[in-house]
Design a protein around this ligand. Structure first.
Ligand code: PLP
Length: 429
């Protein structure tokens, strides 16, 4: 087989009718999902056989949800963990526990998933966007510049497997008296300066949806070190009550009902989670090893820059992202690489992560005409969302080409990706 040194300029790109480097599809970005096996099966069967699918009671409760919470807290190094139905439910529970509501502004990055923005709006608060930088996470200076007298919290998002630069973010938040809720949905198990992502702010939230590092299909986790905030999140997610046994420690003797919702995780979901959490560090180690080879190989390609990561040692390795010098070059590179059998997308054109360009937020489309956020009478700020408001983010996202890494890639898979990268680079750069 050809090595990248032996590719001549005569090798026609697949996009121009040449043969692709690879015809067999690469595994898609479902790290934990494709590892579901005997352990998950045994855990789920245990719950089924117990006939006790509800976390709080049943004929022979297995308490898998409580077990997942205990193990998650232990592995993350957090005092408390709460299992919920999704990452979105985790965001809303954390924000609600912080007391966020109408009249409040919450700073979110320009590059995230819709849930981060939607969770703020669902509580009647106003999302205020702040530019990202080349790390594809919020620029700490832009975050600080977005602070207004109405700001109450910031949500740094650890996008595509890697942590935001938490130190300057935390100091900006402390200077302005803001709460920090880390959205680690896409970076479960990642670290920043030797601490797990999600454990540096007041709250950390995670998603266990199928595309994430570990999965329960749908699911989410909330962590905090603060017993009072934990109690509030627990109450909010469980109809305002405090039935979780751990609360006996943090709220002895009292159980005043509040108004909440039901975001409780069920025992079957938790059973999958109990098995998946034990796979997490292995998954991350494998993804990081594959990514290290890809990064090293691209370092030798003039004209491509690998995404800088504030703490590269804490990267989960879930995604490999690089940029060409211009949006046009990145677009052509992505198309050619995909044709070679390595399916990549440009962050911008994948189109699902740039919400300040999305009409539902610009036009404030609520199901109820009376639901408010920007238009709440309590809101005294001036934040609005308009297309083209963040040309710097647009420019960065139009150059960023991303690709999901799977822990079960073989060395041959990674060789093929490297070969395809070099083939396309020689032809196009
Ligand atoms: C950055 C980010 N935040 C929040 C979420 C919401 O998670 P879920 O889909 O589990 O509700 C996701 C999920 O894709 C995400 O990527």
């Amino acid at each position: 087989m050809a090595t990248h040194d032996s590719i001549g300029s005569q090798d026609r790109l697949a996009v121009d009718g040449g043969s692709p480097v690879r015809r067999e599809p690469l595994l898609p970005g479902w790290p934990g999902g494709l590892l579901i096996g005997e352990e998950e099966r045994a855990q789920v069967l245990d719950v089924l056989e117990s006939q006790s699918l509800f976390r709080h009671y049943g004929p022979r409760p297995r308490r898998k949800t409580a077990e997942l919470e205990r193990r998650f807290a232990e592995i993350m190094g957090a005092r408390h963990a709460l299992a919920v139905t999704s990452g979105t439910a985790a965001l809303i529970s954390g924000l609600a526990a912080l007391g966020i509501g109408p009249g409040d502004e919450v700073i979110v990055p320009t590059y995230t998933w819709v849930a981060t923005v939607g969770a703020v709006v669902a509580l009647g608060a106003v999302p205020v966007f702040a530019d990202i930088d080349e790390t594809l996470t919020v620029d700490p200076r832009a975050l600080e510049a977005a602070v207004s007298p109405h700001t109450v919290a910031v949500i740094p998002v650890h996008m595509r497997g890697a942590g935001a630069d938490m130190e300057p973010i935390l100091s900006a938040a402390r200077r302005h008296g803001l709460a920090v809720l880390e959205d680690a949905a896409q970076a479960v198990g990642g670290m920043y300066r030797k601490r797990r992502l999600g454990t540096l702010g007041e709250f950390g939230v995670y998603s266990l949806q199928y595309h994430k590092v570990i999965t329960t299909g749908e699911g989410g986790m909330v962590v905090t070190d603060d017993p009072r905030l934990f109690e509030r999140a627990v109450r909010y997610h469980d109809q305002g009550s405090a039935r979780i046994t751990e609360l006996d420690e943090v709220a002895p003797g009292g159980n005043p009902l509040l108004i909440g919702v039901n975001y409780r995780m069920n025992e079957l979901t938790a059973a999958v989670g109990v098995a998946q959490i034990e796979r997490m560090d292995w998954i991350i180690a494998r993804m990081r090893a594959h990514k290290a080879r890809l990064v090293a190989s691209v370092a030798g390609i003039k004209g491509l820059t690998v995404r800088p990561i504030p703490d590269p040692d804490g990267d989960t390795g879930a995604t490999f992202i690089f940029s060409a010098a211009t949006a046009e070059q990145s677009g052509r590179f992505a198309k050619a690489l995909t044709a070679e059998g390595v399916p990549v997308s440009v962050a911008w054109t994948s189109g699902q992560h740039v919400y300040y360009h999305f009409d539902q937020f610009i036009e404030r489309r609520f199901l109820s005409r009376r639901h408010c956020a920007w238009d709440c009478p309590h809101y005294r700020g001036k934040a609005t969302i308009t297309k083209g408001q963040f040309p710097r983010s647009d420019e960065i996202l139009k150059r960023a080409v991303h690709f999901d890494i799977h822990p079960l890639f073989t060395d041959q898979d990674v060789d093929d990706i490297i070969l395809a990268l070099h083939k396309v680079a020689r032809a196009l750069l």
